[in-house]
Design a protein around this ligand. Structure first.
Ligand SMILES: O=C[C@H](O)COP(=O)(O)O
Length: 254
């Protein structure tokens, strides 16, 4: 069975003291690592503190982006080497907000995904269609193309360790969650794409999260679906109480 993975994406929220307080508040309450993987993806400035503070309890700390180069003249960027130096274990790659506002493309997603593996960081690769694409029945083809291009050139073993996050853009921060069936239908398609492009073993191993207005009230049903292995959560990951409920739901998947 694939281990559920619940990742909070704080986006551009929380001052340093608020981030620290959040971690201290959840430290005694997160379920043990064997049942669920718990990840907090925080803004860069939080990472040194959070990474150090989370060392002795089962919360992994992730970044929300990175550059693909090791170092160099890229003002304002953060490299994979800098993240692995801080023992950052996960990185979100190609979030739709990065694609929309910061010109991320399938090509940069692919470069960053390779770079993450070179530095021992687990990539959480985001894909998902716009409302217009959904209404034009382009969802499956579009998501397939994002998956194939984003993961191009990875080995089968690497693909098994990728986390894919299916996030329909129309459901992000809007309060409109895709129905569990809608979300699962696309996640099942993604798994078939992995099988076709890599192997059956890779398809069975790869974990696929759903993201888009996930709340404590909706998580259980989402996690009960055949191809949804976790959630990438924005708004509901900002409050300790709701984040813990999401993680607990992940730990209770049998
Ligand atoms: O990365 C998280 C997603 O963008 C979902 O955000 P949301 O839970 O606030 O809709």
């Amino acid at each position: 069975m694939r281990k559920p993975i619940i990742a909070g994406n704080w986006k551009m929220n929380k001052l340093a003291a608020e981030g620290a307080r959040f971690l201290m508040d959840i430290r005694e309450k997160v379920p043990e690592e064997g049942r669920v993987e718990t990840v907090v993806c925080a803004p860069f400035i939080h990472l040194p503190f959070l990474s150090e503070a989370a060392r002795d309890f089962p919360v992994s700390i992730g970044a929300q982006n990175m550059h693909h180069e090791e170092s160099g003249a890229f003002t304002g960027e953060v490299s994979p080497a800098m993240l692995s130096d801080l023992l950052i274990s996960h990185v979100i790659i190609g979030h739709s907000e990065r694609r929309q506002y910061f010109n991320e493309t399938d090509e940069t997603v692919n470069q960053k995904t390779h770079a993450a593996f070179e530095h021992g960081i687990t990539p959480i690769v985001c894909v998902g269609e716009s409302l217009e694409q959904r209404e034009n029945n382009e969802t499956m083809d579009f998501v397939e193309s994002q998956v194939v291009k984003g993961l191009e050139g990875l080995s089968e073993e690497q693909v098994k360790d990728v986390v894919l996050a299916y996030e329909p853009i129309w459901a992000i921060g809007t309060g409109k969650t895709a129905s569990s069936e809608q979300a699962n239908e696309v996640c099942t398609h993604i798994r078939k794409v992995i099988e076709k492009t890599f192997s059956k073993e890779a398809a069975e191993a790869v974990r696929i999260q759903y993201g888009g207005s996930v709340k404590p009230e909706t998580i259980e049903e989402l996690l009960s679906m055949s191809d949804i292995d976790g959630a990438l959560v924005g708004g509901a990951s900002l409050k300790e109480e709701s984040f813990l409920k999401l993680v607990e739901a992940g730990a209770n998947v049998s």
